[in-house]
Ligand binder design. Structure first.
Ligand code: KG4
Ligand code: ZN
Length: 353
């Protein structure tokens, strides 16, 4: 089965083609393989505004999605007529941006007379480590850390997700980005803050670690940006020379909370495998700390390849293909598409199976 996937939920247009053999034996024995992918990031478009401008995002997706699709079809060395189904990000995300991907997926599906299926963006992130050459095995604990979400999940199989805890306010990526902005770093900021942090002392400033010792598996990051702001104001002119220390201390606070809560989730569930996904999953301090701590607990950690941590089409094509392969998602020829800008992941089973 040849599956084309389209992602357009926020500020990246991603298209990819994956393939699996319907006769490849039992589900879970051979995961779908990535044949080709293409991505266009809108970061440069939104940087002057300090964040994503939804209307500009939609307009740019419209311009990019067809050329990217042509590139992917060409790179995959397959013809459009060979595609068996098209999957697209149905939500959550920016309504206008989602409508572009959904509209193109359904129009192409109708013209090729093939079925389509809407996919949850976070399920794409969650299953993105299956694109790597060393994929995880079910069941596992997932730490999903993106620009909009921070969640710990127990994952038993495709479509079997139980939320163990989540952020009650800002997401980890948001905490990185808002703190980065205070240090004069352009949007999105997380990656650049982590590069600056390499030159700083992570214990220079004792920033708060909210809910670190709470019994539940929830997170709270809103207080961190306030603490960073207060410190920046105190420093005044000295801020410039302290930027690396501030970056390192901010990162240390976020990483410590993410690591401690992940370990708690592993201990509570008794699971021996951790999957880290989403943009913040690219953070090298987070990876280094998780590697050390999980080794002590005899837990295996899986990360997506760096290029698949942030938004991309490959993870959506993969999640769609895995759903179809697991018979937990049936693409249909109903092209009257709709999108779900707000779509909690724990509603996915009833909505999408
Ligand atoms: O998963 P993603 O592409 O978008 C959402 O679905 O929200 O994640 C983007 C987030 C941004 O907040 C970005 O600053 C952050 O991931 N990010 C990082 C790093 N790379 C991306 N944060 C910390 N360290 C990084 N290396
Ligand atoms: Zn994302």
């Amino acid at each position: 089965m040849l599956i084309l996937g389209i992602e357009s939920s926020c500020d990246e247009t991603g298209v990819a083609m994956v393939e699996f053999s319907p006769n490849s034996g039992e589900y879970g024995k051979a995961w779908p393989k990535l044949l080709a992918q293409a991505l266009h990031s809108q970061i440069a478009l939104h940087t002057p505004y300090g964040g994503v401008v939804p209307e500009l995002a939609s307009r740019d997706h419209i311009q990019r999605v067809v050329p990217l699709t042509n590139t992917v079809v060409e790179k995959s060395k397959r013809g459009l007529s060979e595609i068996d189904a098209i999957v697209f990000t149905k939500g959550p995300g920016l309504a206008g941006a989602l409508l572009v991907g959904a509209g193109v997926a359904c129009a192409l599906g109708a013209s090729l007379d093939i079925p389509v299926l809407g996919i949850h963006h976070l399920e794409g992130h969650l299953l993105s480590p299956f694109l790597s050459s060393d994929p995880p095995s079910f069941p596992f604990v997932a730490l999903l850390v993106s620009g909009g979400h921070t969640q710990l999940m127990s994952v038993k199989g495709v479509g079997e997700y139980e939320i163990l805890g989540e952020s009650i306010d800002d997401a980890a990526g948001e905490a990185f980005d808002k703190s980065a902005k205070l240090l004069g770093i352009d949007y999105p900021g997380g990656k650049e803050l982590s590069e600056l942090a390499v030159h700083g002392n992570p214990t220079a400033y004792a920033f708060p670690r909210p809910l670190l010792h709470s019994k539940d598996l929830n997170f709270s990051f809103a207080g961190l940006k306030t603490a960073v702001l207060t410190q920046c104001m105190k420093l005044g002119d000295k801020l410039i020379s302290e930027r690396a220390h501030l970056a390192a201390s901010t990162q240390a606070a976020i990483v410590e909370v993410l690591v401690k809560k992940s370990l708690k989730a592993l201990a509570q569930t008794g699971l021996k495998s951790l999957v880290v996904a989403g943009g913040v999953g690219a953070n090298s301090a987070l990876r280094a700390s998780l590697n050390v701590e999980c080794k002590k607990m005899n837990v295996r950690v899986h990360y997506p390849e760096i290029e698949f941590c942030t938004d991309n089409g490959a993870m959506i094509a993969m999640a769609g293909a895995m759903r179809i392969q697991a018979k937990r998602g049936v693409p249909t020829k109903d092209y009257s598409f709709e999108v779900s800008p707000r779509w909690p992941l724990d509603q996915i089973n009833s909505d999408n199976s």
